[in-house]
Design a binder for this molecule. Sequence first.
Ligand SMILES: [Mg+2]
Length: 344
Amino acid sequence: MSVPAQRVSDLSEEELLARIVPRLPRGADTLLGPGDDAAVVAAPDGRFVVTTDVLVEGRHFRRAWSTGADVGWRAATQNLADIAAMGARPTSMVVALVLPDGVAVDWVLDLADGLAQACGPHGVGVVGGDLSGGDDVIVSITAHGDLGGLDPVLRSGARDGHVLAHSGVLGHSAAGLALLRGGATGPRDPAEAAHAVDGAERFVRAFLRPDPPLLDGPTAAAAGASAMMDISDGLLKDADRLARASGVSLDLDGRSLGIDVDTLDAVAQSCGSEAIDWVLTGGEDHGLLATFPPERTLPAGFRRIGTVLMPDGAASVLLDGSPPSVVGSGWDHFRGRGHAGGNE
Ligand SMILES: [Mg+2]
């Protein structure tokens, strides 16, 4: 007779923490880790970069699609991308976890392993957090980083004539989500979605475990990037944010984006979608969008995708000189369109 899986409600908070903490990476900058009222982390250059981001079950992920490790990886990665987008090296994070009573303890330990898989290779410590009961799984992370003596790279530094560049992928997570959502027969499980069409696997993985170029953030800062951000809500939406923060217009180069479109075309056709819409509005790939003065050499990983122009009063983001016409405008938390949940 099989032993029923242990549920979080079978353990006390201390017992659950005693199972989770040994799985978490300590990190290179950690002076005092989990177990006290707070942690202590070194801030080598006297400042620290801090950001926070939350994943909510049903809105950002579904347990039917994402393993605990997938959720841990993704929650950590979207925060590490924000630190990298400032040109900083991530150092540590704290994690607040809300869990319904019925969640299996193994699922939570798997989540801890996902945090470790995302953080460990970057020397990032998971130095503390909090546990609470609740109706849905919620993962709220606050991450910290170090600027290494450099100025932070802001969204507001782009100037007329600068080169617009990108590092990472565009539209891959959106393609993966579309494959998981399936067609007429309804949602697919990840294995089915990964084999729905040739080459689908990498896109399903891109949705479940985005893998942005975190190291390219500090590299861009050292190479003289004038502005930078990660793309979480879609190229158009985030480029609009950078353009407004800098008081400029951005002209995207359709031919440069053509490479991304070609990669996605076969999957888009199988889903009855347009690849260009995923490239322009698909979120959650967390690639880096940056601008560089024209005399600067683009660092490895970055490729030119457009030009910074003086604002022309109309659109802040253009595609080959004209306002882009696409279906959708990117992710918006309160309108719920986009990601794992919501009603498309
Ligand atoms: Mg961001």
